[in-house]
Design a protein around this ligand. Structure first.
Ligand SMILES: [Zn+2]
Ligand SMILES: [Zn+2]
Length: 213
């Protein structure tokens, strides 16, 4: 599997493009601005984008959905609980104030343990609520894309609409700490001392994953 990590947009979010090297079928995770850079990579590599997957609904992770969808005709995928959060008035106002381009409605609503296919690869949806009610991690081919649920040495903030600290800790312990130690973690922001890590390293060094709470 080809993994392209790009740091984009005003909030410097990590966008990922995952592609099957045989079929060129691909997915984009969290198109977060600078859509022209994402589209040039897609064109250069001759990729066919099947899905635009959002790890959660926050505007810095979804602001490229509109342009990407129009350009690629891919389907937007989001967890059903974050789609619901987007309809709540307080959340709507909070997100509107941030002035990012709003996402079109999701085409596919997913839940824990759902699967998406591109080329030879199957991507597993792991529901990890806490940073937002519908935050998801995406597990494929020994790689885990964690969005804002888990960073290198840190975890997502919970002082945002629908955020909850106890729920986040529960998700990290029951859904991520149980994965094989060699699982490679690709976070949603570059907040640590490296751009990627592993479940084994985070269990040792990250208090949110390995500590006693
Ligand atoms: Zn977020
Ligand atoms: Zn974020």
């Amino acid at each position: 599997m080809i993994i392209k990590q790009m740091q984009l947009g005003t909030d410097k979010v990590f966008c990922y493009i995952l592609a099957c090297e045989k079929s060129n079928q691909a997915v984009v995770i969290d198109p977060c601005g600078d859509e022209n850079k994402i589209l040039s990579f897609i064109k250069e590599s001759q990729l066919q984008i099947r899905y635009i997957i959002n790890t959660h609904c926050h505007p810095d992770h979804t602001c490229g959905n509109k342009v990407l969808k129009e350009a690629t005709k891919a389907l937007i995928v989001m967890h059903e609980d974050d789609e619901r959060l987007l309809q709540e008035q307080t959340a709507k106002e909070y997100f509107r104030r941030l002035k990012f381009t709003p996402s079109p409605p999701a085409d596919i609503l997913v839940k824990d343990d759902d699967h998406l296919h591109f080329g030879d690869y199957t991507l597993l949806i792991i529901h990890t609520p806490g940073h937002s009610p519908g935050s998801i991690c995406l597990y494929v081919d020994n790689n885990l894309f964690t969005g804002d649920s888990l960073f290198v040495g840190a975890a997502g903030r919970v002082d945002v609409p629908g955020g909850d600290f106890t729920t986040l800790l529960g998700s990290l312990k029951s859904k991520i700490a149980v994965l094989p130690d060699e699982t490679v973690i690709w976070p949603g922001h570059d907040y640590g001392d490296s751009i990627t890590t592993t479940v084994g390293r985070e269990k040792k060094e990250n208090p949110y994953l390995g500590g006693e709470w």
